[in-house]
Design a protein around this ligand. Structure first.
Ligand SMILES: Nc1ncnc2c1ncn2[C@@H]1O[C@H](COP(=O)(O)OP(=O)(O)OP(=O)(O)O)[C@@H](O)[C@H]1O
Ligand SMILES: [Mg+2]
Length: 579
């Protein structure tokens, strides 16, 4: 958890310092009070002392207590400030970190876990900081200072107190160590629960369609029970803590008085009063120390969980990005792309998804990729976008290795439409002019080119019509057309359409491509497609099979030279089309 604190900013350190100052103030004031008590005890037992004298000491005690109270309030304020601002800072850092993750890192952590880490785990840290930081700083200072103050008194008491506290402390450490792995499991069960819930919600239609409610409920119940049982185990262990502290408290009191009784009976008559008043003070101190530990109960309950949370947050913040940013920021240039012997294996996979892929695309050309499902087409365009880095070989864009560009400027060149069209909550307009300034004319033009005008104009508010989460209020083909419009709006140097036309009927497919060609001439275009019809006119068609290029050329050339291409064509085109 300490490692997490290195992410503190100046301001947090500043809060922390003030917090410590006020806590020290509070402890010193609180521990001065028993000294007055000792004096009062002596006065009461001294014949001839006046009420006024006692009253003066009493007034001092009240004043000190009030000051201690004020210090405590101020320190609470600082700890609350610190906790809230630090956890906000952490969440922001995590979010920024995850934004820079490549798909590889996202896969490694899993989305569900990334969400729990940035919400639940951050709350754990905030919780412990706001509720416990005070105590965590206070208790050692309190215990240390109290022990220092009583160190000068009788060694018998001191030894006894030290022994009792050591036992208590050992128990605490043992419990924390015992509970730690259980709390770690608990967080991963929370991830799991989150995952099951998410899957159930997002896959609702399939769950309903297959009458799988009970099946999903069972999965949920299992995850839920796992979490509960583990939580019980961890909490049961921590439950020992409170009775143990109570026990030590009582044992300590009895011990101190027993030792006191012994010391008093062994002492001279003149010294007895002195020892008695010492005993009152001593037991007050001891009680304070134990009470401080008792106040720590809740915190010791929180520490194991918070440490796990801190580890999980650190894991994100310390992740070395597998994709390193370059520093070139060239805006548009030649519009060429070249793959040189590119191979790629997914992390954890044992066969390469792409092997030794080479081709070039000249400015303004349309290059198409076709091949069976799983042949590596999406993988190939993912490499162009640098969602992953090639395992070997080079990808050259505008005569520069894509690793040398900043990711931002590389992606700025690309108008990308993913295989599964993604829409965000908002409007048609905000989805097309995504994350950039929207210019109505340009939005309308993009809508027109993407053949989306006809259905957008029928929507209630035209381009300002709402799009619900995940684009559930438009059809699959409409979603794809909007994602093409988003790519067009960007006015990129390259288009990358990953199977974007597959959900369109033949006619729309054809008009869309014609419009693209007419309105966006000069832009290098990559099209992944299943249908030969979609790519027949491409300048270059690359046929992929199990990650290898097995044919390259125009439609006519491939019909002559590539058996697999001919096979695909035969199953799709009528004889007339083929001719
Ligand atoms: N994230 C991933 N982790 C591991 N393996 C993957 C991952 N994504 C894809 N693969 C594997 O890589 C291979 C190529 O997948 P890819 O998505 O590129 O195929 P595709 O040609 O686009 O198929 P489709 O036409 O179905 O979209 C497949 O064997 C697939 O199982
Ligand atoms: Mg694909």
């Amino acid at each position: 958890m300490l490692r997490l604190f290195k992410h503190m900013t100046r301001q947090h350190v500043f809060y922390m310092l003030w917090l410590t100052v006020f806590i020290v103030g509070q402890v010193v004031l609180e521990l001065t009070v028993p000294d007055y008590m000792s004096d009062i005890t002596k006065l009461i037992n001294t014949p001839g002392s006046t009420t006024a004298e006692i009253w003066n000491l009493g007034k001092m005690m009240i004043l000190l207590s009030m000051l201690a109270f004020a210090c405590s309030l101020i320190s609470k304020y600082f700890s609350a400030r610190l906790a809230a601002s630090f956890s906000q800072h952490l969440r922001r850092k995590i979010f920024n970190c995850v934004e820079n993750f490549s798909l590889e890192e996202i896969d490694r952590f899993s989305t569900a876990s990334l969400i729990t880490r940035s919400t639940n785990d951050c709350s754990q840290i905030q919780n412990i900081m706001s509720r416990a930081l005070n105590q965590i700083i206070r208790v050692p200072i309190m215990a240390g200072y109290a022990l220092f103050k009583i160190a000068t008194r009788y060694w018998q008491w001191l030894a006894f107190t030290a022994a009792s506290l050591s036992i208590l402390f050992a128990l605490l450490i043992f419990l924390v160590i015992y509970a730690h792995p259980r709390f770690r499991k608990m967080q991963s069960y929370t991830d799991n629960l989150n995952q099951v819930t998410r899957e159930n919600m997002t896959g609702m239609r399939v769950v309903r369609a297959y009458n799988a409610e009970e099946y999903e409920e069972a999965k949920f119940a299992k995850a839920n029970t796992e979490l509960t049982e583990n939580a019980l185990k961890a909490r049961r262990a921590m439950g020992l803590l409170q009775p143990a502290t109570k026990f030590v408290n009582n044992e300590l009191n009895i011990g101190i008085y027993c030792i006191g009784a012994y010391l008093i009976s062994a002492a001279e008559k003149a010294e007895q009063l002195e020892i008695f008043s010492e005993m009152v003070v001593f037991s007050t101190y001891a009680a304070r120390i134990v009470r401080a530990f008792m106040g720590m109960n809740m915190i010791f309950n929180m520490i194991p969980r918070a440490t796990v949370s801190a580890e999980r947050i650190n894991a994100i913040l310390d992740t070395k990005l597998s994709i390193k940013d370059g520093n070139k920021t060239e805006a548009m240039t030649s519009g060429t792309m070249e793959f040189r012997n590119v191979s790629f294996t997914y992390p954890g996979a044992n066969v390469p998804a792409l092997s030794d892929v080479s081709f070039t695309a000249e400015k303004g050309q349309t290059v198409a990729f076709i091949g069976a499902t799983g042949s590596g087409k999406s993988t190939l365009v993912n490499l162009m976008m640098r969602f992953f880095d090639a395992s070997s070989g080079e990808i050259i864009v505008d005569d520069v290795n894509i690793k040398d560009f900043t990711q931002k400027s590389l992606r700025q060149k690309m108008g990308y439409a993913s295989q599964q069209a993604v829409l965000f909550t908002g409007t048609v307009r905000s989805n097309i002019a995504y994350a950039v300034k929207d210019i109505e004319e340009k939005v309308r033009k993009a809508v027109r080119i993407a053949q989306a005008e006809e259905f957008v104009s029928k929507m209630r508010d035209d381009i300002d019509s709402p799009i619900s989460r995940g684009g559930t209020n438009v059809s699959g083909g409409q979603k794809q057309r909007l994602s093409v419009a988003r790519a067009v709006y960007r006015e990129p140097e390259f288009y990358i359409f990953d199977d974007t036309f597959s959900a369109l009927d033949y006619k729309t497919d054809r008009t869309l491509r014609a419009a693209l060609q007419k309105e966006t001439a000069g832009i290098t275009t990559f099209i992944v497609a299943q249908r030969i019809g979609t790519i027949k006119d491409a300048d270059k068609i690359i046929v992929l099979d199990e990650g290898k290029v097995i044919g390259e050329g125009t439609h006519d050339e491939l019909m002559k030279s590539c058996e697999i291409y001919r096979e695909i064509a035969r199953t799709q085109l009528s004889l007339e089309d083929m001719a």
